[in-house]
Design a protein around this ligand. Sequence first.
Ligand SMILES: Cc1cc2nc3c(=O)[nH]c(=O)nc-3n(C[C@H](O)[C@H](O)[C@H](O)COP(=O)(O)O)c2cc1C
Length: 215
Amino acid sequence: MINKKNMNIIEKLNWRYATKEFDTSKKLSDEQLDLLLEATNLTPSSFGLQPFSVIVIENDEIRQRLKPSAWNQPQTTDASHLILFAIKTDLSEKDVDEFIKRISESRNIPIESLAEYDGMMKGFLKQMSNEDINNWQAKQAYIALGQLMVSAAVEGIDTCPMEGFDKKEFDKILGLEEKNLASVVMAAVGFRSANDKYQALPKVRKPLNEMVIKL
Ligand SMILES: Cc1cc2nc3c(=O)[nH]c(=O)nc-3n(C[C@H](O)[C@H](O)[C@H](O)COP(=O)(O)O)c2cc1C
């Protein structure tokens, strides 16, 4: 791991790249993994509902089984860990109730004082189709993926965001259907191989004045 203490955020974000080849001999320490999970848990989400689960996959045998369903991308098996984001296929008012209870406990305020917020969230969910609810959950998961990757870069940990996998197959292999979960996106997390030629490639980005519209 390089010492990135003296780098500013732009230097750290330039250091980050979608890692294709991981060093199979390097594993995240428990502390590093916990730190990334904590950073991911601190992601903002719509209403604060955190409507997704994060599945950490380290087991080699499971990852070998997943690989063919991920276009045989080597990151699937060679990274230290896979961190998979999954939405709830049965998100309901019960999740809102649990969230309201958590706010009440975390902030030490009576549940009754949260009645309006509770009604607002339940009203929001009620007017959406199941498909809309799933898309809305997936958006929250993608924001978390971004926070995970930036946090990793700040810590000198490599990631590859991955959408290139058969979500239905992953759900079957991982038994997510029984848990009423559906995978949406994942990150391979670990340490780059010195042989990964992608790390040396210049970034390809629009000039700022093409991305930004200032009014
Ligand atoms: C949502 C998402 C899904 C992606 N899926 C894959 C993938 O399955 N495999 C892969 O090698 N790279 C994947 N990428 C990486 C992009 O190709 C990469 O971020 C982009 O080319 C910019 O390069 P950089 O991240 O190295 O700067 C994905 C990126 C994002 C944001």
